[in-house]
Design a protein around this ligand. Sequence first.
Ligand SMILES: C[S@@+](CC[C@H](N)C(=O)[O-])C[C@H]1O[C@@H](n2cnc3c(N)ncnc32)[C@H](O)[C@@H]1O
Ligand SMILES: [Zn+2]
Length: 370
Amino acid sequence: MNYVQVIEGTTQFLIPWQDDAAHFPPGSAPVFFNRRMELNRDATILLLKELLPAEYLDLMAATGVRALRVANECEIPVIANDRDFEAIRFLKANAQRLGLPVRVVNRDANALLSTEKFEVVDLDPFGSPAPFIDSAVRSARKYLFVTATDTAPLCGAHLKAGMRRYAAVPMNTQYHPEVGLRMLIGHVAREMMKYDRGFEPLLSFSFEHFHRTHLAVVPGVRAADRTLASLGFIHQCPHCSFRSVEAGLVPSGRTCPGCSVALLPIGPLWIGDIADRELCLRLLERIPGVEFGSKARLSRLLRILAAELPVLPHYDYHKEAKRLGVSPPAMDILLERLVQKGYGASRAHYSGTAVLTDAPPEVLEEVLSL
Ligand SMILES: C[S@@+](CC[C@H](N)C(=O)[O-])C[C@H]1O[C@@H](n2cnc3c(N)ncnc32)[C@H](O)[C@@H]1O
Ligand SMILES: [Zn+2]
């Protein structure tokens, strides 16, 4: 096999080389490295520099880029696991070349999590993390990080797969990335709270083709009850953009005030905060001191997350404008108009046309039609 040396962050490592650059879809190559996940890894490195945990488990480490970067750039003791023996060979070779003290483990993820506890568990699988969440929440002492790339099941585009994996009902809406992220966090919440533990979301986001959440585990029944209180439903009108949010695990029957039709419940979902805004600001302060390939994109993401209004779900205001047959104003003008009417309004990180506001739909329609 040929090798190529790549650098991500300030860490150099070897990966297997193929003609189609450094990206091997599942099954096409024994060892995996996906350059498109750089921002995902950069965000985790930045957060770990702030949290400085005593140890970090990369549960599905593949070539080891994430694990090696954590060991090298955060100077945290790292455990890197993968069930693929070929991946383990690369991991070991890379760790040795860099002189990094990485403990390399070659086990099935669920078996490892069922026999050992780790301060940080980072779950970064191909596709859905659902088969690993139960054992991950049992093993994670302080922090649990999860990536999901099965965006179609999570957002309702593949409805039945979403229902089977996450035991909740998604819906393909104009705010589908938000449904996906809140489906994922909601599922982790239900798996976590059955063990009388809860969590606080530190940093969660949807970006391109994946969802990512970083959660701080909080032990105890009271924390579990707080987590339970952040589960609920979005009720969506099938005809217009009216929506309402309800806490709890049993959705009530609700009707659209404009269309007089039954609203459709989406969930149960996480309806609480997705990120700690103060923490996002602290992470932003760290950005000038790091060498990240995704520096500009990550700064923008953190700035938006820090300023997101705590309401849900967002509107895609271009889709709203299209529905109304009007041409959309610039984002800043729209936000300004909503604020002038006395409502809160902010961008949302889900897309360049995502708006969060506590204004009712008729006010949004009014300011879009000016
Ligand atoms: C998406 S890759 C991980 C990428 C890596 N975390 C990174 O940031 O570069 C998924 C890896 O999970 C491993 N994997 C899949 N199922 C597993 C299981 N049940 N136990 C352990 N490893 C598993 C695969 O061998 C593959 O290397
Ligand atoms: Zn309606």
